[in-house]
Design a protein around this ligand. Structure first.
Ligand code: GBH
Length: 473
């Protein structure tokens, strides 16, 4: 059925999935237990100056040891689905070679625990914790990493493919490629524009090969997906359209076009010609990348505003502008694109709050890929919550952020977007990458001294939405 409006509020269609999401390195802890090998985030977070306050994921939310309690929490909240990621270095400590059975067992128990509680498991193979040994051998700019990923996907398909509801290959390859190898704000912290573009291609290829490997080994009937973070763009100045075209190409189309159309956009190849000749793309790669997807995962937090900035070198620009997407993150920099400060209001991340951007994005994807079902795999907000005297955690800003974004998603559905579900980022306050524990995205508060969990007001609100499918008017 199609979504409708009632006096009671906005009604989501029956079967719409209300979920919440986390990622392995951000919540698990237990970094050196049961045979887990080191990942690039262990190395990065232990490199002085890389992560706020020197925070690491060594303990994080200690989810690895508290998984049963966290499962009960999810059931109490009435979640229909849980999106988690698998730590590759728990499965294969060096990324290749022998499988570590203890790693498989952990995720197998998690999946069973979800199913017992009536919660659909949505499993992501890669949410940024690359085994360090693979980085030492070249990381994502090296083609061999795609071979290793394909093998890892086979192992996971065979292990969990009888029970997982949805497989997601990669989370936000944009971040892995550009923040990891271009701008350097994420692990492994490299600043090599050409390597970032090689990483883009190898992540695309890893995705396509993994879908095929999962299909070959999963004995259930799972859905297949990938999660991308889209840039919803605004432009400023005379060159606004050109600036937007460039970033749309480098950030959005460089992933969607190979994955969903089997080709790289010609304008992106031209824009980046001074950086790389794309000779890492081999015969047959685009066919391998171009796999039909049951759902396309969409992560959305805010919009971005860009303008052409001529006459300033990329180096200077990188020094002066710390935006995650700034400077050398954008390798086609013969005409540099600048990311501009946007009007507020903002979340604690400094990201502007723009729910209309989500509606616009879902409709734009519907227009470009008409038969492609969509899933919001992440949306949420960081705010500095305070625990009230009665022990509750009032978080009106987060609640309002979520209410407005769910409303925007509903509007997109009314206007034709085939949106199947929505995952709030995040279930728990957790290790927020370069920001450590300073930023809280959870609908459940975590006290990082006691590791105690407390459902925030937004969590209670979301619980009602998940149970009823109705967004109160
Ligand atoms: C997601 O990434 C991650 O999947 C998740 O692990 C993470 O915890 C969560 O979001 C919250 O951060 O630098 O001003 O140009 C978010 C990816 C990409 C969102 C860059 C903001 C641009 C802001 N981000 N984006 S700016």
């Amino acid at each position: 059925g199609s979504p409708d409006y009632r006096d009671a509020g906005l009604v989501f269609p029956p079967g719409f999935t209300f979920g919440s999401a986390t990622a392995s390195y951000q919540v698990e802890g237990a970094f050196d237990e049961d045979g887990r090998g080191p990942s690039i985030w262990d190395t990065f977070s232990k490199t002085p100056g890389k992560v706020w306050n020197g925070d690491t994921g060594d303990v994080a939310c200690d989810h690895y040891h508290r998984v049963d309690d966290d499962l009960d929490l999810m059931r109490e909240l009435g979640l229909g689905a849980y999106r988690f990621s698998i730590a590759w270095p728990r499965i294969m400590p060096t990324g290749t070679g022998a499988v570590n059975q203890a790693g498989i067992d952990f995720y197998s128990r998690l999946v069973d625990g979800l199913l017992e509680r009536g919660i659909r498991p949505v499993a992501t193979l890669y949410h940024w914790d690359l085994p360090q040994a693979l980085e030492d051998a070249g990381g994502w700019p090296a083609r061999a990493t795609t071979d290793a990923f394909e093998r890892y996907a086979e192992v996971m398909g065979a292990a969990l493919g009888d029970r997982v509801h949805t497989w997601t290959t990669l989370n936000e390859p944009w971040c892995s490629a550009y923040l990891g190898y271009g701008q350097g704000g994420h692990a492994p912290g490299r600043h090599e524009p050409a390597a970032a573009l090689a990483a883009v291609h190898h992540l695309n290829l890893a995705h396509g090969r993994a879908v095929q490997a999962l299909r070959a080994t999963s004995t259930g009937d799972p859905d297949y997906s990938v999660t991308l973070n889209f840039h919803v763009l605004r432009g400023l100045g005379d060159g606004a359209a050109e600036a937007m075209r460039r970033i749309d190409g480098l950030a959005n189309r460089v992933f969607t076009h190979p994955m969903l159309k089997g080709e790289y956009p010609a304008d992106v190849l031209a824009d980046t010609a001074s950086v790389t000749d794309w000779s890492f793309v081999r015969d047959g790669d685009l066919d391998a990348i171009n796999q039909p997807l049951d759902v396309l995962g969409v992560n959305y937090y805010s919009t971005a505003t860009v303008r052409l900035w001529d006459g300033v070198s990329p180096k200077q620009m990188n020094d002066g502008h710390k935006g995650a997407a700034g400077g050398t993150a954008w390798p086609g920099s013969d005409r540099v694109v600048e990311f501009v400060e946007q009007p507020g209001p903002y979340t604690e991340m400094g990201w502007n709050i723009a729910p209309e951007g989500l509606e616009e994005l879902l409709l734009a994807l519907t227009e470009e890929f008409p038969d492609q079902p969509l899933m919001v795999t992440e949306n949420g907000a960081a705010f500095a919550d305070v625990v009230a005297e009665d022990g509750s955690v009032p978080d009106p800003e987060r609640l309002d952020y979520l209410r407005r974004h769910f409303t925007a998603a509903h509007r997109a559905m009314v206007r034709g977007a085939d949106l199947r579900g929505y995952f709030v980022w995040s279930l728990l306050d957790n290790f927020e990458w370069g920001y450590g524990y300073a930023k809280r995205f959870g609908i459940v508060r975590v006290d990082f001294d006691t590791l105690e969990r407390t459902v925030k007001d937004s969590g209670r609100w979301y619980s009602r939405l998940a149970r009823t499918g109705v967004l109160p008017g």
